[in-house]
Design a protein around this ligand. Structure first.
Ligand code: SF4
Length: 190
C-alpha cells in the first residue's frame, strides 16, 4: 500500500480528502489548553476525552511526538447558511462515523502503534457518561480531539496540503490517525 492508496481508502470511508504526513510536520501549541478551559464549546469537564479528564497538555503533546507518521483527514460539508446549526451537528456526527470507519478499516493496515483523534470531543454517545457520572461506555471507541492534544489544526493542515477553510457556507472538520513509532514512511509500505 502506498500513500495514494491510503488516502483513497480514507476517501472511500467518507473523508472528503486526506493526506499522509510526517509526525514532525504536526504543529503543537500548549496554549490550546487555555482555549479548552475557556469552554467556548461548552464541553469542558463534560466528556472523559476532553480536558481536564483527557490529561495534562504536556503529557499529551509528548505522546504526539512519539509517532513518526500521520494521516490527516477532513470532511467538508455544505451548509444551508452560516446559522445552519442542524447542518453543523449532522456534519459533526458524520465525522464520528467516518472516524470509526477509518479506525476499523485503515488502522489495521498501519504499523503499530496508532492513535485516532477527531474533532470537538468524543461524540460516540449522545451524552457522555461523564455528565451523569457513569464510567465510559465504550472505552475502546472513545476519541479525543486534535485540539485537546495541543495540535494546531490550521498550521498542521497547511503542512499536510489540506485546506483549513473550504469556503463560505461550508464546515470543515478534521481528524487524524497517528501511527508508527520507529520510522518515517516515505511512500510504499506494507
Ligand atoms: S464513548 Fe461515550 S462515555 Fe466514553 S468518552 Fe465517548 S462519549 Fe463519553
Amino acid at each position: 500500500m502506498n500513500a495514494r492508496e491510503l488516502t483513497e481508502l480514507a476517501v472511500s470511508c467518507g473523508a472528503t480528502s486526506a493526506a499522509l504526513m510526517q509526525g514532525s510536520q504536526i504543529v503543537l501549541n500548549a496554549e490550546y489548553r487555555a482555549m479548552c478551559e475557556a469552554n467556548r464549546c461548552g464541553v469542558y469537564g463534560k466528556c472523559y476525552m476532553c480536558p481536564p479528564d483527557a490529561g495534562p497538555i504536556d503529557e499529551l503533546m509528548a505522546r504526539i511526538t512519539r509517532y513518526k507518521n500521520a494521516i490527516l483527514f477532513q470532511t467538508v460539508t455544505q451548509l444551508e447558511d452560516s446559522f445552519d446549526i442542524e447542518g453543523m451537528t449532522a456534519a459533526r456526527k458524520n465525522l464520528v462515523k467516518v472516524s470509526e470507519r477509518l479506525r476499523d478499516q485503515l488502522i489495521p493496515l498501519l504499523p503499530a502503534p496508532a492513535l485516532l483523534l477527531s474533532a470537538g470531543g468524543c461524540g460516540i454517545c449522545e451524552e457522555c457518561g461523564k455528565v451523569s457520572g457513569v464510567p465510559c461506555r465504550f472505552p475502546e471507541r472513545a476519541m479525543a480531539s486534535l485540539e485537546s492534544y495541543g495540535i494546531d489544526v490550521s498550521r498542521t493542515s497547511r503542512n499536510a496540503g489540506l485546506r483549513y477553510n473550504n469556503g463560505a457556507g461550508t464546515v470543515t472538520y478534521f481528524g487524524m490517525i497517528l501511527f508508527g513509532a520507529c520510522c518515517v514512511i516515505q511512500d510504499a509500505f506494507l
